[in-house]
Design a protein around this ligand. Sequence first.
Ligand code: GUN
Length: 286
Amino acid sequence: MAVILDGKALALEIRAQIKTTVGKLVEKYHVVPHLAVILIGEDPASQSYVKGKEAACQKAGIKSTVIQKPVTISEAELLTIIAELNADTAVHGILLQLPIPKHLDPDKIIALIDKHKDVDGFTPENVAALTNGRPRLVPCTPLGIIKLLKKYEIPIAGKHCVIIGRSTIVGKPMAALLLKENGTITICHTKTTNLPAITNQADILVVATGQPKMINGTHVKDGAVVIDVGISKIDGVICGDVDYESVYPKSAFITPVPGGVGPLTIACLLENCIKCYQTFMEGNHD
Ligand code: GUN
């Protein structure tokens, strides 16, 4: 029988700690932490994620401002918004909700976000720091997964960690963080051949494909730790990238969907936001 990794409970724990920390910091500095979120277009999933982020900020005592722009926004206008947010000393964190429309180059735009306000850890400076093994601001979803593994005292050192998906949001930073914990890493992707042969070697399997129920019991070895990053809807029912029913009996630990990885992403966003705020308040810029 698998142990269910309760991401929701850990996220609530982290958020309660953040709320206490924010209270103390506001008392000390008389400045409220402030996250600016840029949301482009009308994508319902993005709108719902941003609503969740706003609500979490509010509960933690963090001010949030959503800058909503139409899908037709020009690159020049978006770059101006980012330049203004970078220069605004009352804004401590900047988040550009992804994906952005096809006519905009995410790499070019993200690179212009001030690395000290980069709550997502997506700027080239923060990516390089993580890749070099000296993480600064770290992408929220993989950070949350590491916290979850540590909470349940799941060893990573020496374990074969297989990640399915090579995105800059999850797969690549996940690999860097697991490597920092001395895991042995394999990244699988759309061009990987014989996926089950690889996934069956995984002690820790992180699935971030965006393909609902893509991974089933035949992909998983007995006693594996299975982390499901996906969130989709089939016939109105929320499910992950892992076919929970067939994988649960084989795994030692498994994240549910919902209530696994998702809540931790938001908790880590708040944590990164406070990190940016503290760096600014303490004047520790380099
Ligand atoms: N879209 C899906 N996940 C994320 C995330 O972690 N950060 C941002 N900015 N956009 C996302």
